[in-house]
Write a protein that binds this ligand. Structure first.
Ligand SMILES: [Zn+2]
Length: 148
């Protein structure tokens, strides 16, 4: 999977991320991305909003660790191909690029990071990254499905 370079996303999951980014404003929204690996990359089939436990949620995000554990257990019990493949968060008033703090906190390899800009008008541009090594977030294409 190291060479994979694209993340696709169902329209429903993408709408969930955008709506969460808009409603969390001016705080950072965060949540889990659930999906599976594909030959060309990854497919997000569901976004699961989670609580932002950061002490200053307008400046940072810290995913509720209990949310990930609960989803992993639920997905394992379901027995399907889906897994927690990464997470999303919003950048209120910022660009969809990893901040220095994001890179510092990106210690777990193999996760997809989806970052979406947000402002008073709602969610804006988004970009996806793959944590190919600790503190190394490589940009990958983000290709959400069109709304039907
Ligand atoms: Zn960030």
């Amino acid at each position: 999977m190291a060479a994979a370079s694209a993340v696709s996303c169902t329209a429903d999951a993408w709408r969930t991320v955008r709506e969460h980014a808009a409603t969390a404003w001016p705080r950072e929204a965060c949540g889990l991305l659930i999906g599976h690996a594909m030959p060309e990359g990854w497919r997000i089939v569901r976004a699961a909003p989670a609580a932002n436990r950061a002490s200053d949620p307008a400046q940072a995000f810290e995913l509720d660790p209990g949310a990930r554990a609960a989803w992993q257990r639920r997905l394992r019990e379901a027995g399907g191909a889906e897994a927690v493949i990464g997470h999303y968060h919003s950048h209120p008033g910022g660009a969809p690029r990893p901040s220095a703090a994001d890179r510092a906190r990106a210690e777990e390899e193999g996760l997809i990071w989806l970052i979406v800009a947000a402002d008073t008008a709602g969610a804006g541009a988004a970009a996806a990254f793959f944590a190919e090594a600790a503190h190394t977030l490589r940009g990958v294409s983000f290709l959400p499905d069109a709304e039907s």
